[in-house]
Ligand binder design. Structure first.
Ligand code: GLN
Ligand code: ZN
Length: 760
């Protein structure tokens, strides 16, 4: 019998039940008992669903009130002093204080940092380590949940993040020190933890070490062996789980660790099966992640089976099957998608459907040729054929246009200095020109109008009138404030990717395809299923209208190809680079249409450029090359006289400054105010040649920025960047702020810019 298991299941609930309960609890609208009850019901339902899908070992410990790394910190007693309550008690509110800075009980204080979980769009709570950090078992959630699952008579496999990955993902507090010095103490706590799990009756424990898919310094790689030697526990078997990429140079370490089994991701790195099989010690279980845990496409079961056969022959009972990683990164079930077009729907598999694929593959390896099995494989074949031949996927016009793209398409007509002269002739901007990043406050009235229009409760003409009125408000405000390059304010946009996706062919949207981003926050990524094309202009009417209201230049506002790619579920049947280029061609056409409508400045936002970086350094350049190429395909169709802006936020620039410069945008606006203009060092060292708008105030904070403070920041900026290259703008869009906050902030910003002009 081929064993099947699941590394983790989405915890938020098919209808986002956990989100609702959490937010109600934080608001004080429900009791803690109610919240606990909601969690219990979700866990029970999820175990049931996984067992019904034919999964043998069910995960426990994948549920979390906020984040699984945070739960582990609590379990290990790693609670920052500021989040402890007077009694030293650690409970669910401790978790919320760490994650959000506040909870229904305890004092309000600053939250822990949150950051991206590897290259996914999930965010975890960063553990904090002191040089003399101690660890001990301090929080019982995991053990309680194991007992809960056992009481339901499930065969369980507790899952937890391994000690090396836990240390790696945390940050040292105070004076920097080598985190590895904490490993012995941490390993001791893990020993206790594993002992508790063994006492509860666990046979297998899954211990995740995703950092084995990263470039590791030698001392970190070497630290694995000693740590895992200490984790040996009589009667308890460890399954070391790796995912999100190839083991690569960590392969030797991973196969030789003293554990009973190893899980590898065969979806992101199919080539590693043979080397792992060749080097895996004979007693070990190999769990093969054969179904994509991160994307939403149905598996090609025939191909997967063919891939698995050699492993099955060599391993027999020692072969286990699973999704490639935790299913946290995909929606729960296709069952909740009544409105999704049937043709597209048959190409997809969400968490539940993926588990059915895993168990179907296991049964096939075991020789089951029943009718159900045959139907499962026949369905998979049919779906695949339908997708391969579908006109909705393949658009010959798009494909031939892409084939005709040459280097000239990715090159502006003239170099920056010549363009700059021309642009200046038209735009006549002062020194330190002022602008904003695009969005203005999304007032309740705007949101209501958009929602009503979407539901069909508001006529298109009424909707347009209302949005135009909002645009007029935004334009008037900006004229009053004395800004130099205006924007229309993005009132019509719910989301910077969805807005474009809804107007492009090749995109589909789900009703309930929610994926947890962090805590109670979920996103519903669009699905790019086919060749992308633009049936009609997407933004031109709004921008043209805005421009008709003012003599100042209005900046057209577009989302770049890489950001659309990073924030969607993407096709796996063609290289990412081709999808990016198709998106780029659609944006390129939009830029041309904006020019024809009289727009002289166009911003193409790429806040996600850095997020797309591969986990391994060796692959960075290849990614950056095509990402830059795509941006240039989107932007380089513009006339020399058209000023192309781009915008990035939350970015470190040092290691990608080359690529940023290659984008060759005439102006780049970036988030810098919180770093005190430190981020500009990268641009200074590089002698970045084009214009830069370093954000002079943090739009995430409700605090009003002072003129003097912004003048100070700008002076700092002039020490790094020649003043003729500098623009003045906020850090990011203003959609989350109110007009009451926005007006004085921008007025102060304009005053700051004027003071600087006088100084030059
Ligand atoms: N133009 C967008 C806005 O202003 C940019 C958003 C972003 O950078 N994430 O809202
Ligand atoms: Zn931004």
């Amino acid at each position: 019998m081929t064993v099947t298991h699941s590394l983790g299941f989405p915890r938020i609930g098919a209808q986002r039940e956990l989100k609702r309960a959490l937010e109600q609890y934080w608001q004080g609208d429900i009791t803690r008992a109610k919240l606990l009850d909601c969690g219990r019901r979700l866990r029970q339902r999820h175990w049931r669903q996984q067992a019904d899908a034919g999964i043998n070992y069910l995960p426990v410990g994948d549920f979390a009130w906020y984040d699984q790394v945070l739960t582990l910190s609590a379990t290990l007693g790693n609670i920052p002093a500021r989040h402890r309550d007077a009694g030293g008690r650690i409970d669910i509110d401790t978790l919320f204080r760490m994650a959000r800075g506040r909870a229904p009980s305890g004092a309000t204080t600053s939250a822990c940092e949150m950051t991206k979980w590897f290259d996914t769009n999930y965010h975890y709570i960063v553990p904090e380590f002191e040089p003399d950090q101690r660890f001990h078992i301090a929080y019982e959630q995991l053990f309680d949940e194991v007992a809960e699952a056992l009481a339901l008579e499930h065969t369980v496999k507790p899952v937890l993040l391994g000690p090396l990955s836990y240390l790696w993902l945390g940050k040292s507090h105070g004076d920097p020190f080598d985190k590895l010095q904490l490993l012995p103490a941490l390993t001791d706590a893990y020993r206790q933890l594993l002992q508790r799990l063994a006492e509860l009756g666990a046979e297998w424990v899954q211990i995740d070490e995703p950092i084995l898919a990263l470039d590791l310094p030698a001392d970190w790689r070497q630290a694995f062996e000693a740590a895992y030697n200490r984790l040996q526990q009589p009667g308890l078997k460890l399954l070391l789980a790796t995912y999100f990429g190839a083991l690569g140079d960590n392969l030797g370490t991973a196969v030789q660790l003293p554990v009973a089994g190893l899980h590898i991701d065969l979806v992101s790195a199919p080539e590693q099966l043979t080397p792992v099989l060749d080097r895996l010690p004979v007693h070990k279980v190999l769990s093969v992640g054969i179904v994509d845990g991160r994307n939403i496409w149905r598996t090609d079961l025939d191909q997967a089976l063919a891939q698995l056969r050699p492993a099955a022959e060599r391993l027999g009972e020692r072969l286990w099957l699973a999704p490639s990683c935790s299913l946290l990164h995909v929606p729960v079930s296709l069952g909740a998608e009544a409105a999704l077009d049937w043709e597209i729907k048959q190409w997809l598999a969400f968490a539940e459907e993926k588990l059915a694929e895993v168990s179907g593959l296991a049964r096939a390896l075991d020789g089951d040729a029943s009718g159900t099995q045959q139907a499962l494989f026949a369905d998979s074949r049919l779906a695949l054929e339908s997708r391969a031949g579908s006109k909705r996927v393949h658009n010959p016009e798009v494909e031939s246009r892409l084939a005709g793209v040459t280097a000239t398409h990715r090159q502006r007509r003239s170099p920056f200095p010549a363009r700059h002269r021309l642009q200046q002739e038209h735009l006549r901007l002062p020194l330190f020109p002022t602008t904003t990043i695009g969005s203005f406050p999304q007032t309740p009235a705007i949101r209501q109008a958009r929602a009503a229009f979407k539901k069909g409760l508001l006529e298109a003409a009424d909707y347009r009138n209302q949005m135009e009125a909002e645009i007029a408000v935004a334009v008037n405000q900006q004229e009053d404030l004395g800004l130099d390059v205006l924007v229309h304010g993005e009132a019509e946009r719910n989301d910077m990717v969805e807005y474009f996706g809804e107007q492009l062919s090749g995109f589909a949207f789900t009703e309930n395809g929610w994926v947890q981003s962090y805590g109670s926050r979920c996103v519903k990524p669009p699905i790019i299923y086919g060749d992308v094309s633009r049936p009609a202009a997407m933004t031109v009417d709004w921008s043209r209208y805005a421009q008709s209201l003012t003599d100042k230049p209005v900046k057209g506002m577009l989302t770049g190809p890489i950001t659309m790619l990073c924030w969607s579920f993407v096709r796996a049947d063609q290289p990412l680079k081709d999808t990016a280029d198709q998106l780029a061609l659609a944006i390129r056409d939009e830029v041309r249409d904006l020019e024809r409508a009289g727009i002289r400045v166009v911003q193409i936002d790429e806040p996600a450029l850095r997020e797309g970086l591969p986990l391994r350094r060796a692959q960075w350049q290849a990614y950056l090359d095509w990402a830059v190429d795509s941006f240039r395909l989107a932007s380089c169709g513009a006339e020399d006289a058209t000023q192309i802006h781009t915008h990035m936020c939350y970015a470190e620039f040092n290691d990608i400054i080359d690529a940023i410069a290659q984008l060759d945008a005439d102006v780049i606006t970036i988030e810098t105010s919180r770093s005190n203009m430190e981020l500009l060092a990268a641009f200074e060292d590089f002698q970045y040649p084009n214009d830069i708008g370093p954000g002079v105030y943090d739009i995430h904070s409700p605090n009003q920025p002072e003129v003097d403070w912004m003048v100070g920041l700008l002076k700092k900026a002039t020490q790094r960047i020649p003043h003729r290259q500098l623009w003045v703008n906020p850090d990011c869009g203003l959609k989350t702020r109110s007009w009451e906050e926005t007006r004085p902030a921008l007025a102060a910003m304009v005053t700051a810019a004027r003071q600087l002009r006088e100084a030059y």
